[in-house]
Design a protein around this ligand. Structure first.
Ligand SMILES: *[C@@H]1O[C@H](CO)[C@@H](O)[C@H](O)[C@H]1NC(C)=O
Ligand SMILES: *[C@@H]1O[C@H](CO)[C@@H](O)[C@H](O)[C@H]1NC(C)=O
Ligand SMILES: *[C@@H]1O[C@H](CO)[C@@H](O)[C@H](O)[C@H]1NC(C)=O
Length: 349
């Protein structure tokens, strides 16, 4: 069925392209600015883009580069270059509050119900320095069918606001506090999975408060998350199995305070609440992290080749694009087509 849909799409795209552009020209048009995805300039720009995306993502996890889908470079007048990237990312196990650098974060396996991010990023390169001017992302979990195919028993993502999830986290926090003097409060539910038939696996971020566990047991309402220089966060992974007998397991890591880091999560006034955007969803979508847009007003009068229309049309085509073709037969007469998409860093999803 999927193959059929893909085929129909491909045919429609072919027809669209034939109508819109006539026969396809041989080799890339220089005006498209296409470059090899795995070129050093692509890797360099992608690294800057991924840093930017992670720094602006307030919820859930840090993302790592899986593949550069497309790279375009244009001359920018009066100086510099504009770099347009299309990236595939994968969710890591590092929560956004985790101070570990991305290089030290493990990408989640397919069998953990992987989440993929797609981003279009626009950068400017000036005096050899790259900076991001716009980013547009969204993310989505792999389909449950895909996971069941390779791993019928693997735990699958469930909605973050599921009552069983909320209840499991209450139990796990109680369990954690039974052996810890300092009282931590929930910052956000980051991930929830159901392991059939009756185990709930959750991951959640916590914040230190001004209460001891004893204070909290007397009057939890008076406990406040520590802020500013005193802010301290942690992250817990736990599971609750209900049958045959209740079994609770939780492990929390409390991060060393990072007084120099003002994390965007702190800008939100929703510590301890499940933010509205995740109600009914099973992950924190990257879409909600970026307010910048491609047709940024501040960019509208820069003298570069307009790219926005190409980008949106391309998004539709993306999933059906096949592997890069070998060089055009008789390629001596034509420039080598750019090699894109680039290599897969982790796995295909
Ligand atoms: C991150 O990984 C590098 C290389 O493996 C290692 O040298 C470094 O100590 C790690 N950093 C942290 C904070 O764990
Ligand atoms: C925590 O801070 C709140 C607000 O400042 C205060 O009302 C409360 O008494 C404090 N709790 C403790 C145990 O110090
Ligand atoms: C979760 O959120 C969705 C969307 O807002 C809502 O329809 C659903 O009732 C919520 N579930 C629970 C258990 O609150």
């Amino acid at each position: 069925m999927k193959a059929l849909v893909a085929l129909i799409l491909l045919v429609q795209i072919a027809i669209y392209q034939a109508n819109a552009h006539g026969p396809k020209p041989v080799g890339p048009s220089p005006s498209l600015g296409l470059r090899d995805c795995d070129s050093p300039e692509g890797e360099e720009a992608a690294a800057v883009a991924v840093d930017y995306i992670n720094a602006h993502h307030k919820h859930g996890y840090k993302y790592a580069l899986n593949r550069i889908e497309e790279l375009r470079v244009f001359t920018r007048r009066p100086v510099g270059e504009v770099v347009i990237l299309e990236l595939d990312l994968l969710e890591t196990r590092c929560h956004v509050l985790n101070p570990l650098p991305l290089e030290n974060c493990t990408v989640r396996e397919l069998t953990e119900h992987a989440v993929e991010g797609d981003c279009d990023v626009k950068l400017i390169k000036q005096d050899g320095k790259l900076s991001v001017t716009a980013a547009r992302c969204h993310s989505s979990p792999d389909s449950a069918e895909d996971i069941i195919k390779i791993c019928p028993d693997c735990p699958l993502l469930i909605p973050l606001n599921d009552t069983q999830v909320v209840k499991a986290i209450e139990l796990l926090l109680d369990q954690y506090h039974s052996t810890n003097d300092n009282y931590f409060m929930l910052v956000e539910i980051a991930r929830a999975q159901m392991q059939a038939p009756n185990t709930i696996i959750v991951e959640f971020a916590i914040s230190a408060t001004n209460c001891s566990s004893k204070d909290a047991s007397e009057n939890v309402e008076a406990c406040q998350a520590l802020s500013g220089d005193q802010a301290q966060f942690g992250f817990c992974v736990g599971s609750v199995m209900y049958v045959p007998k209740e079994e609770i397991h939780v492990e929390c890591e409390v991060y060393a305070p990072q007084p120099e880091v003002v994390h965007p999560v702190l800008a939100d006034d929703n510590v301890g609440l499940l933010s509205a955007v995740v109600q009914g969803f099973s992950h924190h979508n990257l879409r909600h992290s970026h307010s910048s847009h491609f047709n940024d007003a501040s960019e509208s009068n820069s003298a570069e080749v307009p790219v926005a229309p190409t980008l949106s049309a391309k998004l539709v085509v993306k999933r059906t694009v096949s592997e890069p073709k070998a060089e055009h037969p008789g390629g001596v007469l034509h420039p080598r087509p750019p090699q894109c998409p680039g290599r897969i860093h982790h796995f295909r999803i």
